[in-house]
Design a protein around this ligand. Structure first.
Ligand SMILES: [Mg+2]
Length: 379
């Protein structure tokens, strides 16, 4: 007789390596993207027929390659997932960590699918499973990263009247004088109606970085993200103590271990939390427990996720008070030409609306997946 107290048992795992076209080129310092992005979508079904969806969205210059996430899921994680009780999620995460080092994107994707299943089985949202909502919408930040700045300025002219206030400029890709001219153009056009943030994506060398940062400081950014390479925590600490503008750690802070070091060395005033860096929603909340205690607010960052992973990020931030600096979940509405969801998560008044409904609060079918992305491989 099956043990009914065990709850749903994870059974069939279907993987899709997909490619989605994007509308605009993105120059982000650490790597440029043009044409399309690839990621892995996960369809996990229990013995009792509940299907959960997950997404592993690595970026090769940041965490991992999509092809290696696909093989890690197919060859190494699949045997651990199949037959495991969905309710024993933490045990599954520990098993996956023992079996495969890293691959945080693949593990985040599995966790997403399992939490989607648990929510659907109990008729509650993933945010409910993570402690319950503290917010119903999340301020949305759009990244100014088009190599053609005038195209971005035109986008802003349409987005600001629609209620968007948060804009993050990818600086350090072009010469400093050009960055200064662009920041000036933004403040001249929009004044203080926009909440401006800067992200160097590790572009500056510690030598002379302070000169550059003091220059851009006069545009009153809300924060300056990752000015120097990941390993230069002492330089980050120097900027954090010398500048009034807060320094935010992204590449310097992948997970809780990195965060302990950032806190110990006072290397940042805030952190960017990404499910693909830290390995999922429970780990993101674990990080924020440390960050809250140290007085560092969080920001909802992304790599190149589509609608499934962004739904997970939305549910997590809804239930994580310390992530108070908004999110950059703009891909489905502004960058991807199609998405695999039957209906995109709503954006209203410059904010992402946390979806109602059980699990991740989204609807995906094999048909909507095939209509919204090109399937490169399946397993
Ligand atoms: Mg960043």
């Amino acid at each position: 007789m099956p043990d009914v107290t065990a709850g749903p048992i994870l059974d069939h795992l279907k993987l899709y390596l997909v490619e989605s076209p994007i509308k605009m080129a993105r120059a982000q310092g650490v790597g440029s993207v043009r044409g399309s992005v690839k990621r892995v979508l996960i369809q996990l079904t229990t013995r009792c027929g509940i299907t959960g969806w997950g997404e592993a969205a690595p970026w090769e210059v940041f965490t991992n390659t999509p092809e290696s996430a696909f093989s890690a899921l197919d060859l190494y994680l699949r045997p651990l997932v199949q037959g495991h009780p969905a309710r024993r999620l933490r045990e599954l995460l520990a098993k996956m960590d023992r079996a495969v080092t890293g691959c945080t994107d693949a593990k985040a994707g599995i966790e997403m699918a399992v939490l989607d299943i648990l929510g659907k089985a109990q008729g509650v949202s993933v945010a409910d499973l993570l402690g319950g909502r503290v917010r119903d919408s999340i301020p949305l930040s759009f990244s100014i990263a088009d190599p053609d700045f005038s195209a971005d300025l035109e986008r802003m002219k349409a987005m600001v009247p629609a209620g968007n206030r948060l804009f993050k400029v990818k600086t350090g890709v072009k010469p400093h004088a050009e960055d200064m001219a662009h920041l000036e153009a933004i403040r001249d056009t929009f004044g203080d109606t926009v909440d401006l943030r800067l992200d160097y994506n590790q572009a500056l060398e510690p030598f002379r970085a302070m000169v550059v940062l003091r220059d851009v400081d006069r545009f009153r950014p809300t924060f300056i993200e990752q000015p120097v390479p990941r390993r230069h925590l002492d330089a980050m600490a120097g900027f954090a103590s010398a500048l009034d503008t807060p320094i935010l750690a992204d590449e310097s802070c992948f997970d809780a271990t990195d965060l302990l070091e950032v806190v110990r060395r006072q290397a940042a005033d805030a952190i960017s939390v990404k499910l693909m860096k830290c390995g999922g929603m429970l780990r993101a909340q674990q990080m924020m427990a440390i960050a809250d205690t140290a007085g560092l607010p969080g920001y909802g960052g992304t790599l190149w996720e589509g609608g499934i992973a962004l739904a997970a990020g939305t549910q997590m931030i809804a239930a994580t008070p310390g992530i108070s600096l908004g999110c950059e979940f703009y891909m489905p509405h502004h960058v991807l030409t199609e998405d695999v969801l039957e209906e995109r998560i709503a954006n209203r008044d410059g904010a992402v609306v946390v979806p109602d409904g059980p699990g991740l609060g989204i609807s995906v079918t094999e048909a909507s997946l095939r209509a919204g992305a090109k399937v490169l491989a399946e397993a």
